[in-house]
Design a protein around this ligand. Structure first.
Ligand SMILES: C[S@@+](CC[C@H](N)C(=O)[O-])C[C@H]1O[C@@H](n2cnc3c(N)ncnc32)[C@H](O)[C@@H]1O
Length: 191
């Protein structure tokens, strides 16, 4: 299928309802880390991550939506940020980084869309490829309960759903933590 014919799951930024510092503290991001923001949207998590990892660290922010990446690139340029590389990429095909090069791969409000579209297998193979041994896959999702924000209840996923999927790709559960009124984070370690 041509790229232009494919249906991509988009959605709004979670910037107004998630505190990026709280999220990244739960995720365990630290100075010097290489962090990949998969399906970064407007990139607000990457901006905070860039300050935490500092000059020795690196942020790779990818999204399939070219317009979001272009706007984000402008922001990076205007704020003279040196440690973020923003790129258009369809992660169901390829994550544009080397094998075992990422300390933390973050996916905020994106995984449920891949499950809905039956795209988990290709995405998870890429995620498994790029994360370092002992590195983390951090998934933030809307709690599976009725709320004013977020996707319909039937497409939301639980921490148990996530664990069930990722165990087939060599990850084990580290922790599940509430990170906002509507959200939880599931942190998984690559074996
Ligand atoms: C609900 S938004 C979440 C954006 C951001 N992570 C946040 O929490 O604000 C989902 C994002 O995933 C991106 N996305 C969907 N399919 C994708 C794919 N195959 N490859 C890369 N990004 C994708 C969308 O373009 C969109 O920006």
């Amino acid at each position: 299928m041509a790229e232009s014919e494919k249906h991509f799951h988009h959605g709004r930024s979670s910037k107004e309802i998630l505190d990026s510092n709280r999220v990244l503290s739960a995720v365990g991001l630290k100075k010097g880390d290489t962090f990949l923001d998969a399906g970064c949207g407007d990139g607000y998590i990457s901006l905070t991550a860039s300050k935490i990892v500092g000059n020795e660290g690196k942020i790779i922010a990818v999204d399939v939506w070219e317009e979001s990446i272009n706007v984000f690139k402008e922001k990076i340029k205007s704020e003279n940020i040196k440690n973020i590389n923003a790129e258009v990429a369809n992660i169901t095909q390829k994550i544009p980084v080397d094998d075992e090069s990422i300390d933390i791969l973050y996916m905020g409000n994106v995984l449920h869309g891949f499950i809905e579209n039956n795209e988990v297998e290709t995405v998870m193979k890429e995620i498994q490829r790029v994360i370092k041994k002992g590195g983390s896959f951090a998934v933030v999702e809307f709690k599976k309960e009725e709320s004013t924000h977020g996707p319909p209840l039937h497409v939301r996923i639980t921490p148990e759903d996530i664990e069930e999927i990722v165990k087939n790709y060599g990850f084990t559960l580290n922790k599940v933590e509430e990170v906002g009124t509507y959200h939880y984070a599931t942190i998984l370690t690559k074996n």
